[in-house]
Design a protein around this ligand. Structure first.
Ligand code: UTP
Length: 290
């Protein structure tokens, strides 16, 4: 039951990051000195996933290029004797086998995942939304894979959210069947808090049975012409078991300017090379506020 493949959709418009995302994919924006996409790829690799399938669109070539070898840069770093950076750059192109497939029209996350069908084939696979960076002692996807190993079902990452945020997420309903684990009975996309079956919101990590592709093929585009991934998972629920895991770890949101700013501050304060100087500068800034 080894999971070999991860699908990472990066074809969206990234409108919340305009104007920056007009020419630079939002997934290539840096969290300090690493593009956001790198965190998802590294998390996949840390969990033993060896094949990454990027679902891309026109203008997103920078993401694929980032993981390709760069002989000129490598030769320059070698000439300079900068072996630390050389090693870092070389490691990027051997991290995983990375393939891509183009989503010609941005018809939603469900449609993006369906675009990867031929490259995934008939096996259970992982999905990462790279905007959701999860800082966790055990990679979040590994925590989901452990539930998959135990149950054989599909697994969704969930997080408890405050009542006033419920209407921004896909919410799961079901019963607890183990520590932080739920057997999912229904999914509701962006419900009003009063109608929501729980406060457990779906976050950007999934382990999905290939049966989800059939469900996505059956799904009809919703109000804004998009096929949602939750529609596909809803279809899966009719035939197979789906679980939700309240993962352990901290969610950093890199999908909005404010989120990426907060994620950058949080990450800088944990980085040994930056924490001290940045921390004392930040204290000064906070003192000024007060
Ligand atoms: P988001 O809704 O968070 O990203 O989709 P977006 O649409 O790019 O951003 P905004 O809302 O306009 O600011 C979650 C993930 O799904 C991908 C996005 O690239 C992102 O990684 N996605 C979304 C696709 O690949 N295709 C789509 O049609 C829609």
């Amino acid at each position: 039951m080894t999971i070999r493949k991860a699908v990472i959709p990066v074809a969206g418009w990234g409108t919340r990051f305009l104007p920056a995302s007009k020419a630079t994919p939002k997934e290539a924006l840096p969290l300090i000195d690493r593009p956001v996409i790198q965190f998802a790829v590294e998390e996949a690799v840390a969990a033993g996933i060896s094949e990454v399938i990027l679902v891309t669109s026109r203008g997103k070539e920078a993401i694929e290029r980032y993981f390709e070898p760069s002989p000129e840069l490598e030769a320059f770093l070698e000439w300079k004797g900068d072996s630390a950076r050389l090693e870092q750059i070389r490691a990027l192109s051997s991290l995983a086998s990375i393939r891509s497939v183009v989503q010609h029209e941005q018809l939603g996350l469900g449609h993006a995942v369906l675009t990867a069908k031929a490259l995934v084939g008939d096996e259970t696979f992982a999905v990462f939304l790279p905007d959701d960076i999860i800082d966790a002692p055990t990679p979040a996807i590994q925590q989901l894979l452990d539930v998959h190993q135990r149950t054989g079902g599909s697994v969704l990452a969930v997080l408890r959210v405050p009542r006033e945020e419920i209407s921004r997420y896909g919410i799961v309903g079901g019963e607890e069947c183990g520590p932080r684990t739920y057997r999912v009975r229904r999914l509701v996309e962006k419900p009003k808090a009063a109608d929501a079956p729980s406060d457990l919101a779906i976050i950007g990590r999934y382990v999905l049975s290939p049966k989800v592709f059939e469900a996505l093929e059956r799904a009809k585009p919703g109000a804004v012409g998009e096929i949602q991934l939750t529609d596909g998972i809803d279809g899966l629920l009719e035939e197979e078991e789906v679980y939700a895991l309240e993962f352990e770890g901290e969610l950093l949101d890199a999908g909005t300017p404010l989120g990426l700013l907060k994620a950058s501050v949080r990450t800088a304060l944990k980085r040994p090379d930056l924490a001290e100087e940045f921390g004392s500068w930040l204290r000064e800034q906070v003192a000024r506020l007060e």
